[in-house]
Design a protein around this ligand. Structure first.
Ligand code: FES
Length: 169
């Protein structure tokens, strides 16, 4: 017969520790899960957002194309609508960001009647050529950013914003 018998006191200690640990895990697990949920969440879909713009209707004149995507800020999800100035340059589809590279206002195509073939920023009279190149001696110091684009079932898809690929500095 073994001398390593468990005393009543030890048995009670083991039992209470086990039950207490089990209950603590039951309380803590949902809290931990909630805290790290945004990190564990899988990202749905690709990086491109489908727009309602038919590629066949694009011309050499830039048009404003809206696109909406879901943004997750930690636990808060919201729909964000952005837009791009989109036109055709030969077979290439060009989508430029409307965010002015001076202080972030929104640029418009042909917004200045004196320069109908340029983008114009009304905040401080910034101007850009059609390919997004900032016009010298106006406030912006860099070209408009560009969106990656692709086509799906005849509709335009807008992807990530990247540095302007058409302007050589
Ligand atoms: S923000 Fe566009 S020119 Fe200043």
């Amino acid at each position: 017969m073994s001398n390593n018998r468990v005393s009543r006191r030890q048995f009670l200690n083991y039992t209470l520790t086990g039950v207490g640990g089990f209950m603590a895990a039951g309380v803590l697990m949902p809290m931990v899960r909630f805290a790290v949920d945004p990190v564990l969440a899988t990202k749905a879909g690709g990086d491109y957002v489908l727009t309602e713009q038919k590629v066949s209707e694009l011309t050499e004149t830039p048009v404003k194309v809206d696109f909406t995507y879901e943004q997750t800020d930690a636990w808060y999800k919201s729909d964000v609508t952005n837009n791009a100035w989109v036109y055709k340059d030969g077979d290439k589809i060009v989508a430029l960001s409307p965010v002015c590279k001076h202080l972030g206002c929104t640029v418009n195509w042909a917004g200045d009647k004196a320069e109908p073939n340029q983008f114009y920023c009304p905040c401080h009279s910034g101007r850009y050529e059609k390919n997004g190149k900032n016009v010298p001696k106006t406030p912006p110091l860099g070209p408009l950013d560009e969106y990656q684009v692709k086509e799906k079932d005849g509709l335009l898809m807008i992807g990530k914003v990247v540095a302007n690929t058409m302007v050589k500095n």
